[in-house]
Design a protein around this ligand. Structure first.
Ligand code: MTE
Ligand code: MO
Length: 523
């Protein structure tokens, strides 16, 4: 009995490994997104209620994707063991279960945006291989068991058990080979994209951004740099596999309501237009008060408003029929932006450069949108492939279907970056510092208070236009004991940041960031 259980568990795991490796190979030959783990993961991401997702993001931060992947693998391992145990008792049932899981993977892949029927293949291939291996191992194990019930007398003979072991090793070795082949093939598939990025020379801006004013960076220890390096820039998206788009085959299609001159542009034709450079702070609607999802970069690109005019688009204020611009990415993300905002003269960009480099793959290479003043989920489509003009009444984009607001202007926010929460400080002079943002309105003032006392004026870093955050610092004479520091900003219109605490859903969190610290007793 013990022998057959162990045999079942081992057979189940080995069959699953072989199935997954084959599925990976099939996915690498087609679309990497169609691998069962990625497809099921993507479906889970899409189907997860917002509350659960927000909880997961709060708990795991940007590791949420890793946690999801590990979770799926853990479930698969448990299912594999269960199926193996079932297989030694009733092989046809176990094969039916395996096929069922193949179907689940296939359906998940088909349900993905931009999915085609071929995306079902990796999961089906995986299930077929898995069922085959299960059959092979379990029948081999059965053959090696002496007939009759008296299994206590040793079960499989030494030679036969070695036969089962050899088969296990052979299948695992073959799976490793198939897995390696899948990696090779996958790397080859994205090699063109990598080469196209390496070759891509950023155009010179017709209108370069002035240098960042000297006083914008306050250089306070514990406060990040004014411009966020690409490698430190926050990343928020639904892509479990970062799309690697080949710049040479990339196209952008512009069409829809009120587009009198529809167009399809390649990168060269897009960049035949004047190229501008602009510093813009990007923030995410799912950033909690005090959270990390904000970054500031120097973007290089083409003015989207001008391009839309070229296509014949008029904003609603000029009688245009479309009030919503829906951007679609190569991975099927849809992001809806007000046409009026994009065309009101602000630096709404189709960006190709970020801090002097082509966009990193994770940040949307080769082309993404950036619109100062709007949260990323309603403006900053990465890996953009299509722009369609429609109305807010007629169409809800991806996040809107998941209880986020159709339109969302960035709310005035401020953050204390130093001291850190629960810091243990020496008494005396402490530099309290952070950033404040209200993109496209600008920051006019930042104030700090201690333990609910009077608001005190912080010193602001030099303003680099109204579309970026501003650093601030306030010198505090820290006295021994527990203290709470709070910050609030006033935007360029004179509106003071509200202290009312709200969550991130549906259109961005409000409230003052508070940090508790302890100041040691005088020596
Ligand atoms: N294709 C695609 N574009 C996307 C997203 C996405 O999930 N897919 N997420 C959006 C959100 S919610 C934000 S906040 C910004 C984040 O951009 P970043 O990852 O470059 O910081 O990208 C936006 N663009
Ligand atoms: Mo976001």
């Amino acid at each position: 009995m013990r022998t057959s259980r162990a045999t079942g568990a081992v057979s189940g795991i080995v069959a699953a490994v072989a199935g997954l490796a084959s599925a990976q190979l099939a996915a690498a030959a087609g679309r990497p997104e169609a691998s069962p783990v990625t497809a099921v993961g993507g479906a889970v991401v899409d189907l997860t209620p917002v509350a659960v997702r927000e909880w997961a993001i709060r708990l795991f931060g940007t590791s949420d994707k890793l946690v999801l992947g590990l979770g799926i693998l853990a479930v698969l391992a448990a299912v594999a063991v269960g199926t193996g145990l079932l297989a030694v008792r009733h092989l046809p049932a176990a094969i039916a279960v395996t096929s069922g899981f193949g179907l689940v993977g296939a359906l998940a892949a088909l349900s993905r945006p931009e999915g085609s029927w071929q995306d079902a293949l990796p999961s089906l291939v995986g299930a077929l291989v898995s069922a085959g291996v299960l059959y092979l191992l379990v029948t081999a194990a059965r053959r090696s068991r002496p007939a009759g019930a008296g299994a206590s007398q040793g079960g499989a003979g030494p030679m036969d058990r070695r036969g089962f072991g050899r088969l296990v090793v052979a299948v695992l070795a073959a799976s490793a080979g198939v897995g390696l082949g899948a990696r090779r093939l996958g790397a080859h598939g994205s090699a063109d994209a990598t080469a196209s990025r390496a070759r891509f020379v950023l155009p010179r801006p017709t209108l370069p951004a002035p240098p960042v004013p000297a006083g914008a960076d306050l250089r306070v220890p514990g406060l990040g740099p004014f411009l966020t390096p690409d490698a430190d820039f926050y990343r928020v998206d639904t892509a479990l596999v970062v799309p690697r788009v080949d710049a040479d085959t990339w196209r952008l299609r512009i069409h829809g309501e009120g587009v009198t001159r529809p167009m399809t542009l390649d990168l060269r034709r897009l960049l035949a237009r004047p190229v501008v450079e602009h510093d813009i702070t990007l923030t995410c609607v799912s950033n909690e008060v005090g959270g990390p999802y904000a970054g500031n970069a120097r973007w290089l690109g083409v003015r989207l408003g001008d391009l839309l005019r070229e296509a014949g688009v008029r904003p609603p204020s000029e009688g245009g029929p479309a009030d919503q611009l829906v951007a679609r990415s190569v991975d099927g993300m849809t992001i809806g932006t007000p046409v009026e905002t994009v065309m009101d003269g602000r630096a709404a960009l189709l960006a190709v450069g970020m801090n002097g480099q082509p966009l990193p793959f994770a940040h949307g290479f080769p082309v993404r949108m950036v619109v100062p003043g709007l949260y990323g989920y309603v403006s900053a489509c990465k890996w953009i492939a299509e722009l369609r003009l429609t109305t807010f009444a007629a169409y809800d984009a991806y996040w809107v279907r998941r209880s986020w607001a159709q339109q969302a202007t960035v709310k005035t926010q401020s953050r204390i970056d130093t001291p850190r929460p629960y810091a243990d400080l020496a008494p005396g002079r402490v530099a309290v510092a952070g950033v404040a943002w209200a993109q496209h309105r600008g920051i006019a003032r930042v104030q700090v208070r201690v333990d609910g006392g009077p608001w005190q004026e912080a010193r602001l870093g030099a303003a680099d236009g109204v579309d970026t955050w501003r650093q601030w610092v306030w010198p505090w004479e820290a006295t021994p004991g527990q203290h709470t520091l709070e910050v609030r900003a006033t935007d360029g219109t004179g509106a003071v940041q509200t202290g009312v605490r709200t969550g991130t859903v549906p259109d961005g969190a409000t409230g003052w960031h508070a940090v508790d610290v302890r100041v040691r007793a005088l020596p």
